[in-house]
Structure formats: C-alpha cells, structure tokens
Design a protein around this ligand. Structure first.
Ligand SMILES: Cc1ncc(C[n+]2csc(CCOP(=O)(O)OP(=O)(O)O)c2C)c(N)n1
Length: 551
C-alpha cells in the first residue's frame, strides 16, 4: 500500500539505507516497475542525497531507513527540506508500537521524531489487508502535504512485525488518491477538468450537513438541483430548504427496499457543511462504492466520513456552486434525482395517516411542538434524541435550526441557546431538550441575562431515552441502570430557582392547550418553560412502528 500510494503521487526515486526492519519497504519499492532505488549507507548523507534529487526533478523523493538512530540521522536533511519546502517523503521502519521502550533492540521513540519540522507525520502499523482505509487515508494526507502548493517533508513511521523478508504474491491494491483542489477553478484548467469529469456522472448526490443560514447558497443549490440527475439531501441543521430537495433523509432511506437500494447509490457524491446527523446515510454511502467524492469547504479538508474522499475543494460553498453554474455540462442526463424525489413524496403522504393514530409519546410530542413554533423563530435542538427526532419532520423555511453537533455533547445545549437568545432579543429562541441534558446544563439559567424571548421545552422521558432507540445499549442488561439511568426528576424546581415561568403536560390536549400561552411574546419578562412527561415504556416502540409503517 505504501509503495502504491507514493507512486500514485508521482514518486519515481527512492534512496534506501540498508537495515533489516525496512526490508519489506525496500523489497516493495525495488520490485515496483515505475520506481528506481539507490543505496546510501549513511542516513545523514542519504537524506541530503534525496534532497538533491528532489531539487533537480521537482518530484517527491522517498528516503527509507531502518529503526533506531538511523531515523534520527535524517534530521538535518529534514530540517533543510522543511525550510526550503522540498517534498521529501521520510519513511522510517519501526518495531510494532507495543515494543517501544520495552528493551527491544534498535527501538527508540520514532513516532513524531521530527517534531515541527515536517508538514505531516503519521504512525502506521503493519496490518492485515482487511482494514486499509485508515492507512490509505493517512498516507494520502501525508502525500498531499508533501506535494501541495506549500510543499515540504513528511514523516511516515511504520511498525513491522517479523518475518521481514518473506514475500508473497499479492494483488496490487487499488489506490484512491486524494487530491486537493484550490477551488477557484475558474482560473485553473486542471480544476475545471476535474469538475467537468465529475459532473458527467448520471447519478449525482449533494449531501448538506450543518451550516448557518445562507440564503444565496440556498438559491444556487436550488438551481443545481434543477437537474433530474441530481438529488440534494439536506438535514434541518443545514438551514437549506427547497421543494427540489429531500429534507428527511432517514424517512426516505427507510422506504427504499433492499431490491431497489443499488439504483439509489450515487456515482458522484458532493458534500458540504459540517456534521451529518443521520447514521443511515453514512452507512449507505460507505457501502455505495462511490466513484468520486468531492468535499467542498475550507474546514477539515481531509475528513473522510464516507471512506471514499477523492477531491477536497478548499473554497467557500458559494464560490463552488457559482463556478459550477458557469460550467457547460449536460444536465438531466438521467432520472436519478427524480427517483429520489418521487420516493420522498410518496412516503411523505403516508405520514398524516400514521400521526393520526399514534398515542402520546416522544414522537407525537415532536410532531406537535414543531407544528406550533412561530415563523421566524430560532430552534435549538439538544443532543441526542431531540435532534434525531427533529430530522423526521420537514423543516420549516422560516425557522433557523441550531444544534451542538460539533462534538454532540449534552453539556452545553441550554447555555448555547441562552447565549444566542441573549444576543438576539427580538427573535424567539426555542430550546428543545431532553431531561438529562436539561439537568446537566441547568447552570445555563444561572445568570441575569435571560429574557422574554427564550422558550424551553423539556421532553422528560425519565432518563436518556436515546439509549432505548439506538441499536446496542437496548440489548444489554445494563441499559436501564447505566445508560438510560432512569430517574424521577422534574424540572419544576429548577424553573422556580431561576424564576422561569413554568407549566407541565402529560397528554396531547393538555400540551396543545398551553401552546398559545407558551409563544405569547409580551405577557412576561421572563423565559417560559414547558415540561412534557412522556411514557418511557412505549416511546421506543412507537418509533419502531413509525419506521415499519413508513415503508
Ligand atoms: C457531555 C456528554 N456526556 C455524555 C454524553 C452521552 N449521551 C448522549 S445522549 C445522552 C442522554 C441524553 O438524555 P436526554 O437529555 O434526557 O435526552 P433523550 O435522549 O432522552 O432525548 C448521553 C448521556 C454526551 N453526549 N455528552
């Protein structure tokens, strides 16, 4: 794998310094038809020798040595390459990491040995070929850093088990090289070519994760979606809506049968924005065998959520889609996008029937709360079942949606909503939270800055309801005590302590009857809270029924 990735990024010259631990690498490079290897004993000199080759060829050059002080002897050349921005790929063989500092011969602390003098360093362990994704990803990141417009040395440390000299016939692994694209592809012929090639695919999917509201981007994406071969999947946290988009990813994915699923797999995936909540779409895309995945945006350019990243466009989403709109490519080359949209419309029709017949439960509560939120409000969704339930309903385009999905903690949802409400006093800010998150972050209300524009909805299902609805915890004996951690806590005392207007409800009509009071804006100077007690014994089965029915 290491050899193939290096070759894929243009390596043709390898400087080898003899040793035992690096034998697998030496054999691999030597046997590759596109690589020429030379031998230099002194690693200090070998490093500089490689530097000289890189200077003249303007190609990345690999230097490979054995474990121990051999690696340390590369240091002067690495430092020189760093300050001269030369692509030196430093590969040091090592013992498996478990043997570091255990008195094994020729074993020193090699991982990150070059400190700040490399553009990237990774520490790989020899593995069975089963899980090469991590290795390929790390190697691609290293090679991108080495060969990008700001070049430099990178360090790849690899732990090898014995035997070191055995050779075996293996199939050459297919390499999915990650390419960085600078984004202003109006200006660069190469970048334009990549874009034109990808846009030819008949099955194109745009997946939108968390974004702040961006009306102009919304407009450009709606235009991009005006193409029957494009499907645009959005979550409410993307703050993007349009009749051409699919807004409830889990709802529609759930309705696609095993028989049909292959025809819904995209060839080109374009992803924008931050975290995606849906676990189903992640699984679906990881199993889709994507031909290309473009990640658009300045943030986390190497993040390979769908295990298929081929191009990272480091530019603003707006810049990207305005450039795409100017590219001359054939639109509507298939009905791939229309098929998704049809599925979406069909399944949406069944929703009314389902909600008409279900009893009071978490799911029913979310339907009601979302129905009543006034236009123009800001919705803050706590982790974790709240944000998940909210994804099952079409977003309202007059609302803005927020959630702490960066690290998905339950520790700050209330405080984040409180801060947002404080700085934006003329808009209504509605926090919807579970009971555990509410308790966890109850100090959010321990300040003098909360006012009449904050609304708090606590869905009290008597513990961490999420653990009853995700696969895993619900199947173990410890679930009730250690995961759900059921309790009889009520939020009333906390509301009282912080002078928050409070009401509670345990049924549909009771909840509906307090909605008018809840959303009145000028009748009180204080925040208002409703606590809704839901039946923890049936919540999870109602959600299961939902997914059974919505097929
Ligand atoms: C700081 C932190 N600790 C623990 C977790 C793990 N965790 C995720 S959801 C959850 C329970 C949340 O329960 P609740 O707020 O009542 O919401 P529900 O799932 O019932 O909707 C826990 C403990 C986390 N995400 N963040």
């Amino acid at each position: 794998m290491i050899v193939e990735v290096c070759v894929n990024y243009g390596v043709k010259d390898v400087v080898v310094s003899p040793g035992s631990r690096n034998a697998p690498l030496v054999i691999g490079f030597d046997e590759h038809p596109e690589v020429s290897c030379i031998t230099i004993h002194d690693e200090r000199s070998a490093g500089f020798f490689g530097l000289g080759i890189a200077d003249q060829t303007q190609r990345p050059v690999v230097i490979v040595c054995t474990s121990g002080s051999a690696a340390a002897n590369y240091y002067p050349a690495v430092v020189e390459a760093y300050y001269r921005s030369v692509s030196l790929i430093v590969i040091t063989a090592d013992r498996p990491s478990a043997w570091v500092d255990q008195g094994d011969g020729q074993t020193i602390n090699q991982a990150s040995i070059f400190g700040k003098h490399v553009r990237y360093s990774c520490n790989l362990q020899e593995k069975e070929s089963a899980d090469l994704w991590e290795e390929q990803r790390e190697l691609s990141i290293a090679m991108v850093h080495a060969t990008n417009s700001w070049k430099g040395p990178v360090h790849i440390n690899v732990g090898f088990n014995e035997p070191l000299y055995g050779t075996a016939e293996i199939e050459r692994p297919a390499i999915r090289g990650l390419k960085m694209v600078n984004g202003q592809f109006d200006l660069s012929v190469d970048d334009l070519e990549i874009a034109e090639k990808g846009l030819q695919f008949g099955k194109k999917m745009l997946l939108c994760g968390q974004l702040t509201p961006k009306p102009l981007l919304n407009k450009l994406i709606a235009e991009f979606a005006d193409d029957s071969s494009v499907v645009v999947l959005v979550e409410n946290t993307s703050n993007l809506t349009d009749k051409r988009f699919v807004h409830c990813i889990d709802r529609v994915l759930n309705s696609i049968s095993e028989k049909e699923i292959d025809s819904f797999k995209p060839e080109l995936l374009i992803s924008i924005g931050g975290a995606v909540v849906s676990k189903r779409i992640k699984k679906f895309l990881r199993e889709s065998g994507l031909k290309m995945h473009w990640k658009i945006g300045h943030e986390f350019p190497f993040m390979d959520t769908y295990m298929s990243l081929t191009h990272s466009f480091r530019c603003d989403e707006l810049e990207f889609f305005s450039a795409v709109s100017r590219i001359d490519y054939r639109r509507s080359v298939s009905n791939y996008g229309s098929a998704w949209k049809q599925k979406d419309l069909l399944i949406k029709d069944k929703e009314t029937e389902f909600f008409g017949k279900i009893p009071f439960s978490d799911l029913k509560v979310f339907e009601l709360i979302l129905d009543y939120i006034p236009d123009g409000a800001v919705l803050h969704m706590a982790n974790s079942s709240v944000v998940r339930y909210c994804q099952l309903f079409d977003p309202v385009n007059t609302l803005s949606y927020y959630s702490n999905r960066g690290a998905s903690g339950i520790d700050g949802s209330s405080s984040t909503a409180a801060g947002a409400a404080y700085i934006d006093p003329d808009r209504l800010h509605v926090l919807v939270t579970g009971d555990v998150s509410f308790l966890y972050d109850s100090n959010a209300f321990w300040n003098k800055y909360l006012g009449k524009n904050l609304r708090i909805v606590v869905v009290n299902n008597g513990g961490g309801g999420i653990f009853n609805i995700i696969p895993g915890p619900s199947s173990v004996a410890q679930n009730e005590s250690y995961f759900v951690a059921a309790h009889n806590f009520e939020g009333k005392e906390i509301a009282g302590a912080f002078n928050i207007d409070y009401k509670d409800a345990s049924g549909i009509s009771e909840l509906e009857s307090m909605m008018q009071w809840f959303y009145l804006f000028n009748d009180s100077d204080r925040p208002k809270m409703i606590e809704i007690f839901t039946p923890s014994d049936i919540n999870h089965s109602i959600l299961e029924e939902y997914f059974q029915f919505m097929k």
